[in-house]
Design a protein around this ligand. Structure first.
Ligand code: ADP
Length: 476
């Protein structure tokens, strides 16, 4: 059994099997479920380790992060195979994700030495003031199953870089990648207690972390419903919160678009990672003059998209991640049909073992219909026809979410208007809404995000606390 890792020591518990969604009879391993008591011990360990880690010289912290990053990169093939096997994304996607995780640790290793704080003249003559960025404290890291190593990396690396300690709860579906990551961190010299792994249920382990007095901040990625619950639960102790949640992201295709670019962006945006990305392009908003050509090309691209075992290099799309996702996505497709959208491609489960669903495309959907308002989190997209740029932008913004949005156009004027008016935290021009770089701010508007942006230099804002220091008189 793979045990929880608390204060550098393994602690066994009730066993939960980790299953391969492409072949649910394939048990990857047994992973220990932490109890609320285990979680309390992990929090106490992180609190004890905090003063030592916060006082560790920056170069020493950077060295550990650098080694973690290098080790992840060296072990890319093995980690990617595990990731594809437990989550169901393609090996090529899994490789990319593992590399992103490794590079994220290296990026934050370098950030440790970047300047922080600022110096001011005081208002009273002869005085000065400066700001200092100090660790926030014990950080709870709660992650979803769709990026089993990259999301933990982009939360844990900055937390550690800026001197915080961590209690990490991965999603129940994907404990394998999380366990390897925490083992690697210890093998690379991270002191005991600085990063603690507690696997298990959100309602037990996650809840204990969110409600704990000794936890100073929570960084979470998951559904909007769960995030809303976390914000309420965390309010009791007024802890700092960073919540990355759902999206219903539009890809706007204008009449002047290059059709190849539009189809490539839509296929990648809607069906990459089996549509299980919070940045997925699930609404394809297409101007009337290009609509029929776009839909024809999408239909033939989907006919050619090989769905199969994610660890077979010939596959172009894998299964959804679990039995629960499988039934939810099929129900969403049924609802789309019932509500009057026209199914032009896919729509069914594959007749084989594993949680496979055909890549599915609807047309003729109204913007307000359920399918165009709710996040499906599967290989399902719906085309909404619009007459011009004004209507296109209006429909793009017709959602309570605001994570990412993209436009496909050859017009600079249209691109500029989209950039200014799309209500999204991440905006793409002539590319899908989904891909993002590790060194740039990541986060959304409206009900997609709460709290400061993740990644890049903006991560410092969440993972440090500002002290303003006033100095008056002479010091000896
Ligand atoms: P997903 O279905 O995409 O995993 P969720 O929002 O359900 O999205 O879960 C995201 C993460 O939040 C998971 O690690 C999950 O276990 C955790 N979680 C779920 N419920 C709670 C809760 N009440 N308190 C804290 N964490 C939770």
């Amino acid at each position: 059994m793979k045990a929880n890792i608390i204060d550098g020591r393994e602690r066994a518990g009730e066993a939960a099997p980790n299953l391969n969604p492409a072949e649910p009879s394939d048990v990857i391993g047994e992973y220990a479920r932490a109890t609320a008591e285990d979680t309390g011990d992990a929090i106490a360990a992180a609190a004890r380790a905090l003063p030592g880690w916060a006082a560790t010289p920056p170069l020493a912290r950077a060295d550990v992060l650098e080694r973690i990053g290098a080790t992840i990169l060296e072990r890319t093939e093995e980690l990617a195979d595990l990731l594809a096997r437990e989550e169901g994304k393609l090996l090529a996607e899994a490789r990319g994700e593992v590399q992103r995780a490794g590079r994220t640790f290296k990026y934050f290793a370098a950030q440790v030495l970047e300047p922080s704080g600022a110096v001011f003249d005081g208002l009273i003559p002869g005085t000065s003031a400066r700001t200092r960025q100090r660790p926030v404290g014990v950080v709870g890291v709660i992650t979803p199953w769709n990026f089993p190593i990259a999301i933990p990396a982009w939360k844990i690396a900055p937390a550690l870089a800026y001197g915080n300690t961590v209690v990490f709860k991965p999603a129940e579906l994907v404990p394998g990648s999380a366990w390897e990551l925490v083992r690697i961190a210890h093998e690379c010299g991270l002191p005991d207690g600085v990063l603690n792994l507690v696997m298990g249920r959100g309602s037990v382990v996650g809840r204990r972390i969110v409600e704990a007095e000794e936890v100073d901040a929570i960084t979470f990625t998951g559904s909007t419903a769960t995030g809303r619950g976390l914000a309420a639960a965390g309010a009791g102790t007024l802890k700092r919160m960073q919540l990355e949640m759902g999206g219903k992201n539009p890809l706007l295709v204008l009449d002047d678009a290059d059709l190849d670019t539009a189809v490539a962006a839509a296929i990648d945006g809607a069906y990459g990672s089996t549509g299980q990305r919070c940045t997925a392009s699930s609404r394809l908003i297409v101007q009337a003059g290009i609509h029929d050509r776009f839909v024809d090309r999408m239909r033939s691209a989907l006919d050619d998209l090989v769905v199969g075992d994610p660890r077979d290099e010939a596959s172009r799309m894998g299964p959804v991640a679990s039995a629960a996702q499988h039934s939810q996505v099929l129900e969403a497709i049924e609802r789309g049909v019932r509500d009057g959208a026209e199914l032009v491609s896919g729509g069914r489960a594959l007749d084989r073992e594993g949680y496979f669903i055909e890549p599915t495309l609807f047309v003729g959907g109204a913007s307000g219909m359920w399918l165009n308002q709710e996040e499906v989190f599967g290989p399902v997209a719906c085309v909404v026809e619009v007459s011009d740029l004004d209507e296109g932008i209006r429909v793009c913004n017709d959602t309570r979410y605001g994570l990412s949005a993209a436009v496909i156009t050859t017009s600079a004027t249209a691109a500029q208007r989209f950039e200014a008016e799309a209500e999204a935290g991440i905006i793409g021009v002539n590319r899908s809404s989904a891909a993002t770089d590790l060194h740039l701010p990541f986060g959304g508007r409206k009900q997609s995000s709460f709290g400061p942006r993740e990644q890049g230099k903006s991560a410092r804002e969440f993972f440090t606390s500002t002290s303003t220091v006033y100095v008056a008189g002479a010091l000896r």
